[in-house]
Ligand binder design. Structure first.
Ligand code: AMP
Length: 425
């Protein structure tokens, strides 16, 4: 019988090599920006009580309706691999007593999420998001500050081709009235909609506004806009958010079609779009969710959040060729000839590593030629060679890989000499 080679589940990825470097660069940049702005890191469990998402994200959303990885554990509890980060953070805020801390509480995460979606470019079944949540402050300044922090993340990553799209989704006082108006507009036009939107008309009419189907796009531009139907509180709040964002010279567009796919949003919503090559996919999105904490059984606590897609952001970093100058962790190769030299090289390799100097060797290769080929492939700056003669003399040859120059040093001096040379390059 042929041996079976296992494959990863559809829609998942192995992250290694160059991808891993981008991943780390994004993670470090994001975490620095968040920490400097006073956010605290939070890691929540990978799975939660299914009801947390059903209640928090909303029964009629695509996520809860079609995309959750839900299972029963051996005790019969219904659990779900987290499909998003906000509901778990709110659960932690309530359960861990964060209300007793000075408000607002600003948290950030960098975590993996799971959605049973149709895999395609930029869409996976396990993906990563970097997120921010600020709980306990209703000021429009917080909305603007989250938008500013997000904008700073993309700036620090040197990503140019982004556009911030902002809208308001109203509150329980004005949104139902707007939805009625929207349904009235679409009432005689349902047959002109795509199959998904025919369903959305009944279950989640706001989503009619962000369908990308050609049939639906034409109608969207004529549909009434929520921005013209906000109550005075929402109108005032939104106006102030925009004034604060203007204060920072952050470029944005008002976009009445940004409605987000979750039920919990109230007021300000925004998305970061990738606008390179005419593409318009969303790199991330967020907004205010003043009702969610109550929906999940807590008191009335206003909050704002954001979730950015790691894979899509990395794709854009690659496209724009940002962050290509990754610092080299290994700049030294240690090569040997003969069994006595091998032992000395093994010690030299470990002396280098102990001194914090990245180094590699291939002890299974006997020939110096083979080892030098590997050293060039690795692109190291220097190869340190110990042959039979050097092993006997207690010396080491330092070969500068760029010039080809070779110099001999006593073993005891080599780590110091190399350390000095690496510092000066
Ligand atoms: P959402 O939580 O749906 O608002 O998504 C926020 C961001 O996460 C999106 O803008 C995407 O960049 C990213 N994202 C969402 N779903 C996926 C997925 N299935 N695969 C990869 N990235 C995703």
């Amino acid at each position: 019988m042929a041996k079976r080679i296992f494959q990863k589940p559809r829609g998942t990825r192995d992250i290694w090599g160059e991808d891993r470097k981008y991943f780390q660069l994004l993670r470090d940049t994001f975490e620095n920006v968040a920490e400097e702005a006073g956010f605290l890191k939070i890691d929540t469990p990978s799975f939660e009580d299914t009801k947390l998402f059903v209640r928090g994200v909303g029964k009629e959303t695509d996520i809860v309706g079609k995309e959750m990885y839900t299972f029963k554990d051996k005790s019969g509890n219904s659990l779900t691999l987290r499909p998003e980060g906000t509901a778990p953070v709110v659960r932690a805020y309530l359960e861990d007593g964060m209300q007793s801390l000075p408000q607002p509480v600003s948290l950030y995460y960098f975590s993996n999420f799971f959605r049973y979606e149709r895999p395609q470019a930029g869409r996976y079944r396990e993906f990563w998001q970097f997120g921010l949540e600020v709980l306990g402050d209703k000021s429009p300044l917080v909305d603007a500050n989250v938008i500013a922090t997000v904008s700073r993340i993309y700036k620090k990553l040197n990503i140019q081709n982004t556009s911030i799209q902002i809208n308001s989704m109203g509150c329980p006082a004005c949104r139902p009235k707007y939805i009625k108006l929207l349904k009235k507009f679409y009432a005689g036009k349902v047959t002109k909609l795509c199959a998904d939107c025919k369903k959305r008309y009944k279950t989640n009419p706001l989503r009619l506004l962000d369908c990308k189907n050609d049939k639906c796009l034409a109608l969207q531009s004529e549909a009434p806009q929520i921005i013209n139907n906000l109550c005075s509180t929402c109108h005032e709040h939104f106006k102030t958010v925009l004034e604060y964002v203007d204060e920072l010279d952050i470029l944005y567009e008002l976009n009445p079609k940004v409605v987000r796919g979750f039920d919990y949003y109230t007021g300000t919503v925004f998305e970061i779009w990738n606008v390179s090559d005419g593409a318009q996919n969303s790199l991330g999105g967020g907004g205010r969710y003043d009702e969610l904490i109550q929906t999940l059984g807590g008191p009335s606590v206003p909050a704002v959040g954001f979730g950015g897609g790691v894979e899509r952001t990395i794709e854009e970093m690659k496209k724009e060729e940002v962050g290509l100058d990754f610092p080299k962790n290994v700049n030294i190769f240690v090569a040997q000839l003969g069994s006595k030299a091998r032992k000395k090289c093994f010690k030299l390799l470990n002396d280098l590593l102990d001194a914090g100097i990245g180094a590699e060797a291939r002890f299974d290769k006997g020939g110096i030629g083979d080892q030098l080929k590997i050293a060039s492939k690795l692109g190291v700056g220097y190869t340190l060679l110990i042959g039979q003669r050097e092993a006997f003399d207690g010396t080491v040859i330092i070969k500068d890989m760029a010039s080809g120059n070779q110099e001999v040093f006593p073993y005891e001096k080599v780590v110091k000499v190399i350390s000095k040379r690496l510092k000066s390059t």
